[in-house]
Unconditional design. Structure first.
Length: 291
């Protein structure tokens, strides 16, 4: 793993300048990468700066930072899938507000603090693993340690029924990680039916695991219990498609087959009775009136 100095030296000059700008360390007299690196490294050894920068982190970015402190490194694809992509200054794109001025994701917050670095020293787009600068780990643990201990002590115990959901979430993240790897086509792992889920479907899977669809099921059950049954408007991802369709349906019944929940309903789009997998329904709402 790299120290902060090694990590900053490995970054493109545009990214180092952006980090210095985000930390409000860039001076007009500093026109070279080495000067920005020195200013950033010195500031991270100053307790007042450290406390100020950590206090500005969003709760999501603090959670991401704590997660990185708990392990030596994390698969880059998994970390970015959960904490967002990074728009880099070196890409030289134009944004309404540059990301180093207003980071849009927890990953960007950490990157423009100089904290998020590839574990193997490769450029960020090619990094397989992400970590924190080696020399900043003790400092960050000392700064966040008391807070994390207090937060852990105040956390309620995790109910037993969440264990299965946690496992499903981890499996979903693993699928995203495998899907994004540059694997030899002759040896690439395959999902059932000899094909991969598409990238949009994997994003929906990950989102549904992060936010269980209790609201969707509750909406369906309420409609089935009503008399007369109201129509529903659903956003549905078909098994053989990579985009979702909004459909109006009249629900008939819920049924479990092979531990998978299905909804039988009349589809007004197809004008016939259809069967929908509930875990592929992204959103559901009651529609006033009947067609």
């Amino acid at each position: 793993m790299l120290t902060l100095y090694q990590h900053l030296l490995a970054l493109p000059a545009h990214d180092v300048r952006a980090v210095a700008t985000h930390l409000a360390l860039r001076q007009r007299t500093q026109r070279h990468k080495q000067a920005w690196v020195a200013a950033i490294e010195d500031a991270w050894q100053t307790s007042a700066y450290v406390q100020l920068w950590l206090a500005r982190l969003s709760p999501q970015a603090r959670a991401a930072l704590q997660r990185l402190l708990q392990v030596e490194q994390m698969p880059a694809a998994l970390f970015l899938a959960e904490y967002g992509e990074i728009r880099r200054a070196a890409q030289r794109q134009s944004w309404p507000i540059p990301p180093w001025q207003a980071p849009a994701t927890p990953a960007e917050e950490l990157y423009y603090l100089g904290l998020l670095c590839p574990a193997n020293g490769q450029p960020l787009p090619k990094a397989l693993y992400l970590t924190l600068p080696l020399d900043l780990r003790p400092l960050l643990n000392a700064a966040l340690g008391p807070e994390n201990q207090q937060a852990a002590a105040s956390q309620p115990p995790i109910p037993d029924h969440t264990a299965a959901h946690t496992l499903c979430h981890d499996v979903g993240q693993l699928l995203i990680y495998l899907h994004q790897q540059a694997l030899n086509p002759d040896h690439a792992p395959l999902i059932q039916h000899n094909r991969w889920l598409t990238a949009p479907q994997l994003r929906v899977l990950n989102q549904s695991l992060l936010e269980p669809q209790g609201d969707v099921l509750a909406c369906i059950e309420a409609a089935l219990a009503a008399d007369p049954k109201p129509d529903l408007r659903i956003a549905y991802w078909a098994a053989d498609d990579d985009h979702k369709l909004v459909r109006r349906i009249t629900p008939y019944a819920l049924e479990t087959r092979a531990k998978i929940l299905y909804l039988t309903a009349y589809c007004h789009l197809r004008e016939q009775a259809r069967v929908f997998r509930v875990d592929r329904i992204e959103a559901c709402e009651t529609v006033e009136g009947r067609q």
